[in-house]
Design a protein around this ligand. Structure first.
Ligand SMILES: Cc1cc2nc3c(=O)[nH]c(=O)nc-3n(C[C@H](O)[C@H](O)[C@H](O)COP(=O)(O)OP(=O)(O)OC[C@H]3O[C@@H](n4cnc5c(N)ncnc54)[C@H](O)[C@@H]3O)c2cc1C
Length: 388
């Protein structure tokens, strides 16, 4: 079998890239290979669907803005004959970043960057914040940034819509596991499949999430990304807080309304890396609940109903995605990995960028060059500032 482009991994990033290739260049044969159609371990099946413009790198801001345009146009964008369009359950309550004394200066600088990036954000002093959202405890806060256009959606519905459209546009999907890359000189010539057989390709994209580094290591490419355990807790409180924005304390706590209760996360960035799907049953009561009860004074009894565990593909070098081809080594080998918790909201834009680069040799819409592997090879971090 042969294809113009083989994509390894059928999570949101793989499917978005496949779809964008067909949209950018409809004659391109795109074959996507996914090893697990249940997505039991994939990050895409575990995410919470937050979409925010509150980043500090212009590319990340622009990537989120593109996804928000798609969300606004969803009924048209996701329309596929003979399929009902999945309901995103889009909650455009906004995103609110809050900071105490130690982080307020950085938050203010980030706010200026966001305004320059076209984000219609508002700066809120603690008094104004307390007036707007009396349920949030503000005594220990020194400032906040609200981005009213942002929000969250049902990630399964969004993923379904992207998959449906990709299939409709002519992407071929094979459920199998990629074993190895085949090479000749400085070209990757295709992949082998665990079930036997192989596929030749002009381009290969490694979008295998937390499994991508191990695959790339076959070629000698060292990707500083590792799986990092991440709990999310569904909590019921004494009363619904549905009107609140998606609150992110820059120190880590994240809270948003979900199913009449709250969905809450507090990432432990120090948890050792590895494919660890265990759940620390004490983590909520020990770490998260006290932080939640402190921050929200508008409700009590934050009862944990369910905790689930997913993996971030955490870029330990600088926390940002690694996107593009491996220039100077295998020029036709592309990676899209290391999203570190932002991959869902950036997949469509990254997929579009890769499609442009593969079909024309350069980025046309958002210049993703700063996310290239080159920065890793040269030891030049390109981190978000004060926000993870
Ligand atoms: C709890 C949690 C909350 C999150 N919340 C958000 C959020 O609010 N907003 C946001 O933007 N992001 C969020 N994220 C991050 C987001 O979910 C990920 O960045 C994104 O889903 C990554 O998609 P992916 O396609 O790169 O990886 P995955 O979804 O992991 O997909 C990779 C796929 O590759 C397949 N694969 C691996 N190896 C092979 C092989 N050899 N052959 C064939 N197939 C292979 C795997 O089976 C898998 O399906 C969250 C993540 C978690 C865990």
């Amino acid at each position: 079998m042969r294809a113009d482009v083989v994509i390894v991994g059928g999570g949101i990033v793989g499917f978005a890239t496949a779809l964008q290739l067909r949209l950018t260049s409809p004659g391109t044969d795109v074959v996507l290979i996914e090893k697990d159609p249940t997505y039991e371990r994939a990050a895409t099946g575990k995410g919470t669907g937050g979409i925010r413009q509150l980043f500090t790198r212009s590319e990340n801001i622009a990537l989120s803005q593109y996804t928000l345009e798609v969300v606004d146009d969803w009924a048209e964008w996701a329309k596929v004959p003979d399929k009902s369009t999945p309901d995103l359950n889009w909650r455009s309550n906004g995103y609110l970043f809050i900071a105490g004394q130690n982080d307020v200066e950085q938050l203010r600088a980030n706010y200026e960057t966001q305004l320059a990036g076209g984000v219609k954000a508002e700066w809120l002093e603690p008094g104004a914040l307390a007036q707007r959202y009396p349920e949030i405890r503000t005594e220990d806060l020194r400032g906040a940034v609200l981005s009213p256009r942002d929000g969250w959606l049902n990630p399964k519905a969004f993923f379904q819509g992207v998959q449906d459209r990709a299939l409709h546009e002519g992407v071929t999907v094979i459920y199998d596991e990629v074993g190895e890359f085949t090479t000749a000189g400085n070209q990757v010539t295709g992949v082998t499949l665990r079930s036997g057989g192989s596929i030749e390709a002009d381009f290969v994209v490694n979008a295998a999430g937390t499994w991508a580094p191990e695959l790339a290591s076959q070629l000698g490419m060292d990707i500083p990304v590792e799986p990092m355990r991440r709990h999310e807790h569904y909590v019921v409180a004494s009363k619904p807080l549905d009107h609140l924005p998606f609150i992110k304390d820059v120190a880590g706590l994240a809270i948003h309304a979900h199913l009449g209760g709250l969905s809450v996360g507090l990432v432990d960035f120090n948890h050792p890396g590895g494919e660890d799907f265990t759940t620390d049953n004490e983590y909520y009561s020990r770490v998260v609940k006290p932080a939640l009860a402190h921050r929200l004074q508008g409700a009590t009894n934050f009862e944990e109903q369910r905790t689930w565990t997913g993996l971030y593909d955490q870029n330990r070098f600088d926390g940002n995605a690694i996107v593009g081809n491996w220039a100077g080594h295998y020029e036709n080998f592309y990676v899209a990995v290391g999203f570190s918790g932002h991959g869902f909201m950036h997949a469509l834009g990254v997929g579009r960028g890769l499609a442009e680069h593969i079909t024309t040799g350069s980025y046309k819409t958002i210049d993703l060059t700063p996310f290239g592997y080159q920065r890793i090879a040269e030891g030049r971090p390109y981190a978000e500032l004060g926000i993870r």
